[in-house]
Design a protein around this ligand. Structure first.
Ligand code: MSP
Length: 512
């Protein structure tokens, strides 16, 4: 089965920050989880490079727009490789393949009779790249997001008959279970979109008259394609839509578009309407995550509280950064991030809990069994119910992956760690050793088993760390190749023969 997952493509007028990383880490975890389930996964990300904002940013730096885009787009790729993001495709809207797809799609929209020309005058916010309605402005008559006065802008543009698709969209978005319907999640966000849809849809302008840094319209090269229309097409251009590529046939429609709540309207209304007009299948699911503030303040360059992936990695390391980004609050909700909260969580979940469980387990295997892996015959382990309890908790995460409830998955993983730690507390292996209790071997074997199972679930979030734990407890196969579907027992673990030894204990997460 195939699984096509996308992040938004990021504007190159900004360098990578924790907001971009948030969506990308989540998508990577889902991609890895689905790869473990042997699905044929295509995970797409990329950069959005046209428009006035980007032209201005390039001018400020004294660079040509293309030079500027090349350098920032590379910074995104570097950020993703530093965070161990394993994407399958990276699309740039300046790629010739993308530009060709945009021209082809615009031609189709036009041929469908969905494009017309109209004079338009309105208040335009350059930062948002969109016209604002009077009701959108704040009390100073500025854009509420950018605190800048919009400019009055009048031009003759091409329009897309979005209004034509209102009823169809209402029908398709209302019932995710319906064939061909789109699932919008979380439910609250779907209701917001439906509420807005019911108020009516206006046609939207899809071109700009004077903008040079954009893709010329195929039917009027004095105008360029509106950046949002250009950008949305990335999801099919990257699959080689125009080239008649096999990739498009294999992976489209998208199984999941992951987006921030700020751009849900574009993805759940404008994008599907464009696809309907062209007779292309619709994406199956769109999940909108919340926004976070930093120390209760909006993240902004002016406030100077922007956190970069590099800063996170410097403090916590790669895998802990990935873990922490998704651990602090539910993915669908808004939340707050602070260095203190991140550090506290790091110490509790990673240093004290998971890290400590591994190091104490290996230390005990070393001390009591000279590092030889204990063996216990199946059916003869009095602590098997504890292992089963961990399996039951971990199994509950399967649905949570589908629902993008990452923080709850991580909580479940911690619950499984707690089960192992409790087993240590209640059996007190140090006493058992003194008393030469033969069950000591069984306790340690059970701990290794629980650690192994936890590791399978930890892998999508912390790929390198999980692989280290996997090796530390003597597992031989490559962890990425383990298929956790249908987890019922410990059969996915293979321990070495009793003669083999584990390596020395290691500290995965030094306390901060
Ligand atoms: N280029 C468009 C997307 C086009 S997709 C066809 C865009 N780019 S962006 O660079 O502005 O990226 C924004 C992404 O980062 C959004 O998904 C947004 O929700 C996310 N975030 C930016 N700041 C954020 C927070 N403070 N919190 C959470 N996510 C944030 O929009």
């Amino acid at each position: 089965m195939k699984y096509y997952i996308t992040t938004p493509i990021y504007y190159v007028n900004d360098v990578p920050h924790i907001g971009h990383a948030y969506t990308t880490i989540a998508a990577d975890a889902l991609a890895r989880w689905n790869k473990m389930h042997k699905k044929d996964v295509f995970f797409l990300t990329g950069t959005d490079e046209h428009g006035a904002k980007i032209m201005q940013a390039a001018q400020k730096k004294g660079q040509s727009p293309k030079e500027f885009c090349d350098s920032v787009s590379a910074q995104f790729r570097d950020a993703w490789s530093s965070l161990d993001i394993e994407y399958d495709g990276f699309i740039r809207t300046t790629d010739p393949l993308h530009e060709a797809a945009v021209r082809q799609l615009l031609t189709k929209l036009n041929e469908a009779g969905d494009i017309y020309k109209k004079k338009y005058e309105g208040m335009y916010c350059v930062q948002c790249e969109k016209f604002l309605m009077p009701g959108d402005l704040n009390e100073d008559l500025c854009c509420p997001d950018h605190k800048q006065k919009p400019v009055t802008h009048s031009e003759e543009n091409y329009f897309f008959r979005l209004s034509k698709y209102q009823d169809k969209l209402l029908e398709l978005l209302s019932d995710p279970a319906k064939a061909g319907g789109i699932g919008i999640y979380p439910d609250g966000r779907r209701n917001e979109i439906l509420g807005k849809l019911k108020l009516g849809l206006e046609d939207i302008s899809i071109s700009r008259a004077k903008l040079e840094w954009g893709i010329p319209l195929p039917f009027d090269n004095t105008q360029t394609v509106y950046v949002w229309v250009d950008a949305l097409i990335n999801y099919i251009s990257a699959l080689g839509y125009t080239a008649g590529d096999k990739k498009f046939k294999t992976y489209w429609p998208a199984d999941l578009h992951l987006v921030g709540k700020d751009i849900l309207w574009f993805h759940s209304v404008i994008w599907p309407a464009m696809l309907l007009s062209c007779g292309i299948e619709l994406p199956r699911r769109i999940f909108a995550h919340g926004f976070f503030t930093i120390d209760k303040q909006k993240m902004s360059k002016t406030i100077g509280n922007v956190i970069s992936p590099a800063q996170l990695i410097e403090r916590f390391g790669v895998d802990a950064s990935r873990y922490l980004a998704l651990a602090l609050f539910p993915f669908g909700a808004d939340g707050d991030i602070s260095w203190d909260a991140l550090t506290e969580r790091y110490n509790i979940d990673l240093a004290n809990n998971i890290g400590n469980l591994l190091s104490r387990t290996i230390t005990m295997v070393g001390k009591y069994f000279t590092f030889e892996v204990p063996r216990v015959e199946a059916g003869k382990n009095p602590y098997a119910p504890k292992v089963q309890a961990a399996i039951d908790v971990l199994r509950e995460t399967n649905e949570l992956f589908t629902a993008c409830e990452f923080s709850r998955i991580l909580e479940k993983i911690q619950e499984a760690v707690d089960i192992a730690n409790e087993l240590v507390e209640t059996t007190a292996p140090w006493k058992m050793a003194k008393e030469k209790n033969p069950d000591l071997e069984k306790v340690l074997f059970s701990l290794l088993q629980i650690l192994g199972l936890i590791t399978v679930y930890l892998y999508p979030f912390m790929p390198k760390t999980a692989q280290k734990i996997w090796q530390a407890i003597g597992q031989k196969d490559k962890l990425a190749g383990v298929d956790p579907s249908g987890l019922k027992d410990v059969s996915m673990l293979t321990f070495p023969s009793a003669k083999e030894k584990l390596g020395p204990s290691q500290i995965l997460f030094p306390r901060i």
